[in-house]
Design a protein around this ligand. Structure first.
Ligand code: TRP
Ligand code: ZN
Length: 868
């Protein structure tokens, strides 16, 4: 029996005992017996003659120091301990490992027919014994040797410096990366691909070769990724003044990948989901996702690679910042409001849910058992909101000054979040002392706002209280520095200038205390306030708006985001009320006021179609669950369904007119065209619930000339349980059963199928020829969508859904703990449900906890959830 996994603490950081300045790697690639030779230059960095190198799942063949066999070594469970070392030496280590047996997809593994690597966060230690920590930066030279026919392409980071043939039909290529980097940015690929090539000239005139490697036959799906890469390179030069720093940039698409993509220096490895697209296989959403992820990984070249993280507790230093950059990229290229709305939905839904779960943690965690568990919505998405708050407080100019200083100070080194705050402070002179709490405090703050109008004095007072509920990891909370963006409107819609103490003030208020009152002068009539504009901080807003005020804001607020937000607050009021109605046996009711407001938006020719589609999208069950301490999932689901049906009845003529007016003969992915399809397909989701629904959906499926419209028809058939559902599903499966990536959309529909025997369906679907639990994309599509988007069936009172989840988790624990650990999240939130369900979920968690080979990943989450 091995010991319980140990936690690491941020406060315990110590510099490494040794530095490794150079490493020369040789890979002799074989499916089961790959031999890795690592020759490193090592220098003592502390007064120590001992060096402990990380290593897992390796078979040690030999250790030499300065050319001599080194007997002063000890092989431990997850490390190699070397002793009696000189101050400076050359270290040669030869190890063997088995790529084909590596189903965890961490380290060196096989995806389909190709060898590839995934080293972030701590995967390099599965390749060789090494100081596998991000503050050890070395220059890499990598020689890859493999069979020439099966693996014509041999790739690694940097520039190709030599190549040649070897014995037995093998060949080799040697690569050199001039930029020192931590081990997590190492990459190697060997395989047979089709290559899409292009070129880019940077702003200083460097000519860069761009190469995208895809499975044979997929070249016609690589174009959008290339366009997105070129757009990313241009955008980073224009907006941030940052250019690329090597002569070649490669992207490889693989089918077996645990996450979205990886920013390895000069050799990104991507989940094929974020590369491959054409109009027949990908939806508009897929296209936008590809643009965002290609951008994200490219932007890491500066925020992550040139300046990396000192330790993994600092992960948000690169991830929050890079998500902010990719969000800005998408917003500059497309619709800012549409992007902002999508991002805010993620924060208010799954991120807030994470904040209130047993896994709650600050964007810079203090305690970690398995680092892979901290690639979270909090670190990424809330991390990005924190960067956005700097931007809101300092403005674009101040923010860019801070970025410039950050790069001047830290280029080529491993930095901390504190370094970033200091750069922003020193570049702008703004005091960010209190702002730093955003890095250390977990949980979602609430802003409780009240207002008072004084007609005699012509003053309007806003009182703002802030508090943060205790989280699983922290009991005591302090007041944060919250940028609070507001506007006040006169009854005719005019913006009332903000005046305090006789002076005009900026619309972003600094909320810093537990309770604070802002008194505005010269307010000649009772205003309607627009609060937390642009979602200027990741907080919950409480303000007692009337229906009339919300309808007013839907019309008169000066920006799209605020108008959308008002529509969501109006819906939220009715969802809450109707949950109570349903629970007490009454009917779901909407007011005429609400229906008129939505009709107004639908008919407003001045609004962007994409925006109207967002207004017509109800909040997710996930988000609604966050409003309650304990949620009645069946009641919420019933309310959402009734609201959909009521709106479709009340607005049928308008929805139908809009639907028919937005037909486009040709498919293109311009933002206008995407917006029109989004609205048209949103209308279809409502119309599916009307009498004409079945015919409309069949007609759309039959004439669709692109995947967006095809999937929209199937989604409508699925959620409204139309009679055509089965026909459409089997037609699609016949057509695409040989293409896992395209089938993922079909698997996701099976997972979210609201039909009564959904679980039996999901189980049967697992034997579909395109399904495999070994493939993370397939698993997430089918099982993930059942757990996360089918609340009524997953939370069935019998507990069958939970038992199924438990079975799958026990299997995944053995084959791919990272995927298991992402899949378990809905079970961690058991306290959100009634006592009976809690007991059933707990039983599954207990069963997992008692497994004798429980991986660190699940161990950390299960024990957190149960220990309370
Ligand atoms: N750094 C990657 C990104 O955000 C994240 C990533 C890719 C990752 N693959 C991983 C993290 C595997 C942990 C494990 O772009
Ligand atoms: Zn990233």
């Amino acid at each position: 029996m091995s010991q319980a996994p140990q936690a690491k603490y941020r406060k315990d950081y110590q510099a490494p005992s040794h530095l490794i300045t150079d490493i020369d790697l040789t890979f002799d690639l074989y499916d089961n017996d790959t031999i890795v030779t690592a020759v490193s230059k090592v220098i003592q960095n502390a007064d120590s003659t001992k060096l402990e190198l990380d290593g897992e799942g390796l078979e040690l063949r030999s250790v030499k120091v300065n050319g001599e066999e080194w007997s002063h070594h000890e092989v431990k469970e997850t490390s190699l301990l070397l002793a009696e070392l000189p101050a400076e030496f050359e270290l040669e280590i030869i190890t063997k490992m088995d790529p084909e047996a590596n189903t965890a997809l961490e380290g060196l593994y096989k995806s389909g027919g190709a060898f590839c690597t995934q080293c972030e966060a701590e995967g390099f230690r599965r390749i060789t014994y090494y100081l596998d920590r991000p503050d050890v930066l070395a220059k890499y030279t990598t020689k890859v040797i493999a069979d020439k026919t099966a693996y014509p392409f041999l790739l690694s980071n940097g520039n190709r410096i030599a190549e040649g043939d070897a014995e037995n039909g093998r060949h080799w290529v040697q690569w050199q990366d001039p930029h020192p980097k931590p081990a997590y940015l190492f990459a190697l690929v060997a395989g047979n691909f089709d290559v899409l090539r292009d070129k880019y000239t940077t702003m200083s005139g460097r000519l860069v070769d761009l190469e995208i490697f895809v499975d044979k036959g997929n070249l016609d799906r690589a174009g959008h990724a290339m366009t997105s890469l070129i757009n990313s390179m241009k955008w980073d030069e224009e907006r941030f003044g940052l250019e690329y720093d090597l002569d070649i940039y490669m992207i490889v698409a693989v089918d077996f990948f645990n996450m979205g993509a990886m920013e390895n220096k000069g050799l990104n490895i991507f989940n094929s989901k974020f590369v491959l697209a054409n109009d027949q296989t990908a939806t508009d959403r897929d296209y936008l996702g590809i643009e965002a992820v290609i951008g994200h990984e490219y932007f890491h070249n500066w925020t992550g690679n040139r300046v990396t993280c000192r330790d993994w507790f600092q992960l948000s230093l690169k991830e929050g910042l890079t998500v902010f950059r990719d969000q800005e990229f998408s917003s500059d290229l497309g619709s800012r409001a549409d992007n902002r709305i999508d991002n805010v939905r993620i924060i208010r839904g799954p991120q807030f849910a994470e904040d209130s779960s047993p896994m709650s943690h600050p964007i810079r965690p203090d305690k970690v058992i398995e680092m892979n568990n901290f690639y979270t919505l909090t670190v990424y998405e809330k991390g990005s909101e924190v960067i956005r708050m700097y931007h809101t407080l300092l403005g674009e100019e101040g923010f860019q000054k801070g970025m410039k200083l950050y790069f001047e100070r830290h280029d080529g080194t491993a930095a901390t979040c504190e370094d970033f705050v200091c750069a922003m402070e020193d570049a702008t002179g703004v005091d960010l002392t209190q702002f730093r709490l955003w890095y250390s405090q977990a949980g979602t703050p609430t802003l409780r706002v009240s207002s008072e109008y004084n007609a005699d004095q012509k003053t309007y007072a806003l009182t703002v209280e802030q508090f943060t509920e205790p989280t699983h990891d922290q009991a005591i909370k302090q007041a944060l520095h919250i940028p609070f963006d507001i506007e006040l409107y006169a009854q005719n819609g005019d913006v009332i200038p903000l005046v305090m103490n006789g002076e005009s003030v900026h619309h972003v208020l600094d909320v810093k205390q537990d309770k604070q009152t802002f008194v505005f002068e010269n307010v000649v009539e009772r205003p309607v306030p627009s609060l937390l504009r642009e979602f200027s901080a990741p907080v919950k807003l409480e303000y007692d708006y009337s229906d009339e005020e919300l309808s007013f804001l839907m019309k008169h607020a000066t920006n799209d985001f605020a108008r959308w937000d008002a529509s969501q607050m109006l819906l939220a009021k009715y969802i809450r009320q109707n949950v109570v109605n349903i629970q007490s046996g009454s009917e779901v009711k909407l007011s005429d006021e609400l229906i008129d407001s939505f009709r107004g938006v639908l008919l407003d020719a001045n609004l962007e179609p994409a925006f109207i589609a967002q207004v017509l999208s109800l909040p997710s069950i996930n988000e609604i669950t966050g409003w309650y301490k304990q949620v009645d999932i069946d009641a919420v689901d019933a309310v959402l369904n009734s609201i959909t049906v009521s709106l479709s009845k009340a607005l049928e003529d308008e929805l139908s007119a809009t639907y028919h007016s937005l037909r486009q003969a040709e498919y293109n992915i311009g933002h206008d065209a995407i917006g029109k399809r989004a609205l048209r397909n949103r209308c279809l989701q409502f119309l599916a619930y009307t009498e004409k629904g079945n015919d409309l959906v069949i007609a759309q499926y039959d004439v669709a000339n692109n995947m967006t419209d095809t999937i929209a028809a199937m989604t409508a058939a699925n959620s409204a349980q139309l009679t055509c559902r089965e026909t459409l599903m089997s037609d699609y499966s016949d057509k695409w059963k040989h293409d896992g990536l395209v089938m993922d959309k079909w698997f996701a529909l099976q997972g979210s199928n609201p039909v009564e025997d959904a679980l039996e369906n999901v189980k049967a679907t697992m034997s579909h020829e395109a399904f495999s639990l070994k493939n993370p994309n397939r698993t997430r599509s089918l099982i993930g969508s059942f757990l996360n988007t089918n609340p009524v069936r997953f939370h069935d009172k019998s507990g069958a859904g939970y038992q199924f989840a438990g079975e799958i988790l026990r299997q995944l624990n053995d084959t791919n703990p990272q995927v298991a650990s992402r899949m378990i999240d809905p079970l961690l939130k058991f306290r959100k449900y009634d006592e009976d369900r809690q007991a059933l979920i707990r039983a599954e968690l207990e069963k997992l906890k008692s497994m004798d080979n429980l991986a660190k990943d699940l161990f950390e989450k299960v024990t957190k959830a149960l220990d309370e």
